[in-house]
Design a protein around this ligand. Structure first.
Ligand SMILES: [Zn+2]
Length: 141
């Protein structure tokens, strides 16, 4: 797997994801357990938390939707966190990997490896032989 150096800036992104999770804590029936921070190529940070309801959404979807609704389409790096996750991080689920691949095939993802080391890699490494759009932008079927 191709990996990149995890920089101080990447560690700051992890802290930002935790701040997102802290801001989302509310008493009641809703549980926000995953925080996400998405860094755009211009350095702007977009945040998200999972929305846990009958048709809930992953934190990554919320962060990407936050960026897109703000007019940002150029993503650099994304990280998700969970206090009980390996190294305090949270690996994007398969559905989120596919969404990230479609919206930003060059995005880098920070997550923990099998030894709980924090790594940074390409989304393509996390979703080999992924379904993609045709070069025309059309769907394949
Ligand atoms: Zn997901």
């Amino acid at each position: 797997m191709r990996t990149y150096e995890v920089t101080d800036e990447d560690r700051d992104l992890i802290k930002e994801a935790y701040k997102t999770l802290e801001r989302a804590r509310v008493p009641g029936n809703f549980f926000h357990t995953v925080g996400c921070c998405l860094k755009a190529k211009d350095g702007t940070l977009y945040h998200g938390v999972n929305c846990d309801c009958i048709h809930g959404s992953c934190a990554e979807f919320i962060a990407v939707g936050n960026a897109i609704s703000s007019g940002c389409h150029d993503f650099d790096t994304i990280v998700s966190v969970h206090p009980d996750g390996p190294a305090g991080l949270f690996s994007p689920c398969g559905n989120c990997r596919q969404m990230l691949m479609e919206y930003s095939p060059d995005i880098k993802v920070i997550l923990a490896d099998e030894n709980e080391n924090i790594i940074k890699t390409d989304i393509k490494e996390l979703l080999p032989l992924a379904w993609t759009r045709l070069p025309t932008g059309d769907l394949m079927h």
